[in-house]
Write a protein that binds this ligand. Structure first.
Ligand SMILES: Cc1cc2nc3c(=O)[nH]c(=O)nc-3n(C[C@H](O)[C@H](O)[C@H](O)COP(=O)(O)OP(=O)(O)OC[C@H]3O[C@@H](n4cnc5c(N)ncnc54)[C@H](O)[C@@H]3O)c2cc1C
Length: 388
């Protein structure tokens, strides 16, 4: 018998379990990967706490953005957005480039230090079992828990089994496919993260070069299906971005591609319902990715933390799990909705290199920064709302 079972040992599930274990409740995390955070399916870009509090100013638990120095591979001071025509817009945004294996291992060690359990190499399923939830690789080898946290990424089997609207979410505009190489032997600037808006090689999304230190960088693209031509293969688009985007090509010249990963990402904001009587969904499983920048590590940490607090309230005074949804709406709701609207508005121009370049030129660095920061661009809110 456990108080809480967590399916998925990414930042969302681990943050939740940490809060629960700290309160002395009995919690177990199941992670299907053999090594936490490996293979890395992420650019590992992590905005530092001070700037994150400008991005999500209503968050009440900013300590979730604290990361130990040993989990940081590199530090950037600026973000540079490159238009389809190659024009650069730069603005300050301080960030870390994490080592997610180390970061997630650190979170797991915290849970274990509080008496919680983390089991790796075990794919787990949620069996509702008439209100007596079971979680494990099969019903026979499952543990019983009062509450289940769906932290298994997108799409989430756990959230689907719990009746949350995961399937309804799955529209082609709402889900991006991301593909990434770790590249080595590079001479890219180490203190600037770059985002490339190029409908030829990242249709419906953007490309990125995120420097990881020691002449390495995470280099990837996010695309969405409605913007793809039928004869395009995503793998070829990533190669095209590396070898043919005029600006990126010059920077990545001579680099070696070390490993490639791909994954899908929800980019239409949170699910319309994120809890049931016994289950709460956090992070990607709940659609908690910022639609205009694709960042989901920090929203997974925030929602994991809030889910952990909601679980504690459930045991302390029988507060229903709906308190979780109230909490995230209060702390993230405005920025997630702004960001979703702006992504929808941008969708109208994303397929057109010329008009998208014109829009970026009209906006300039300050307003582009607003959009990346999930704020309506100053003076252009009505236009974006109209386009959305
Ligand atoms: C290519 C790419 C680049 C990205 N770059 C960035 C970036 O630079 N910055 C940023 O902030 N965000 C980035 N993101 C998004 C970010 O990675 C996610 O939003 C974040 O990891 C969400 O955390 P999570 O805990 O919700 O889910 P995840 O990190 O996906 O963790 C879910 C875990 O559940 C496990 N799991 C799944 N099913 C089961 C099961 N049945 N049983 C047990 N375990 C299971 C998985 O193995 C996984 O470890 C990127 C995403 C991709 C795909």
């Amino acid at each position: 018998m456990y108080d809480v079972a967590v399916v998925g040992g990414g930042p969302g599930g681990l943050a939740a379990a940490s809060i629960i274990a700290k309160k002395g409740l009995k919690v177990k995390v199941f992670e299907k990967k053999k090594v936490l955070g490996t293979p890395v399916r992420c650019g590992e870009f992590f905005v530092v706490k001070e700037d994150m509090m400008r991005l999500l100013p209503r968050v009440k638990n900013p300590e979730v953005f604290d990361v130990p120095e040993e989990t940081i591979d590199n530090k950037c001071r600026d973000v540079r957005v490159i238009s389809p025509r190659g024009k650069a817009f730069e603005f300050p945004l301080a960030s870390y480039v994490l080592d997610r294996r180390k970061f997630e291992t650190h979170l797991a060690e915290t849970i274990i230090s509080y008496g919680g359990e983390v089991e790796v190499g075990v794919p787990a399923h949620y069996y509702p079992n008439n209100g007596q939830p079971l979680v494990g690789p099969s019903p026979d080898s499952a543990i019983q828990a009062d509450i289940v946290i769906a932290a298994d990424g997108y799409p989430s089997e756990t959230a689907t089994t719990a009746g949350l609207p995961e399937k309804e979410y799955a529209g082609p505009y709402r889900v991006a496919v991301n593909m990434e190489y770790l590249m080595t032997d590079l001479d890219v600037e180490q203190d600037v993260a770059e985002l490339y808006m190029d409908p030829r090689y990242s249709p419906g999304g953007y490309g990125w070069i995120i420097p990881k230190g020691e002449r390495r960088a995470n280099v990837g693209i996010g695309v969405r299906e409605p913007y793809l031509r039928r004869d395009w293969q995503i793998r070829d688009l990533l190669t095209g971005f590396v070898e043919k985007n005029k600006v990126a090509r010059a920077k990545l010249k001579g680099g070696q591609k070390a490993s490639m990963i791909a994954d899908s990402l929800p980019v239409d904001g949170p699910l319309s319902r994120t809890y049931s009587e016994r289950v709460v969904a956090v992070g990607d499983a709940a659609g908690m990715v910022m639609p205009t920048n694709g960042g989901g590590i920090q929203t997974a940490l925030v929602t994991g933390h809030l889910a952990g607090e909601a679980a504690v309230r459930y045991f302390e005074n029988q507060t229903p799990l709906s308190s979780y949804e109230e909490a995230w709406k209060d702390q993230l709701g405005v920025e997630m909705e702004n960001s979703r609207l702006m992504r929808q508005a941008s969708d109208r121009l994303m397929g057109h290199a010329f008009w998208f370049s014109v829009l970026l030129r009209m906006m300039g660095s300050r307003r582009i920064a607003d959009v990346v920061m999930c704020q309506m661009p100053r003076g252009m809110g009505p236009l974006f709302r109209l386009l959305a």
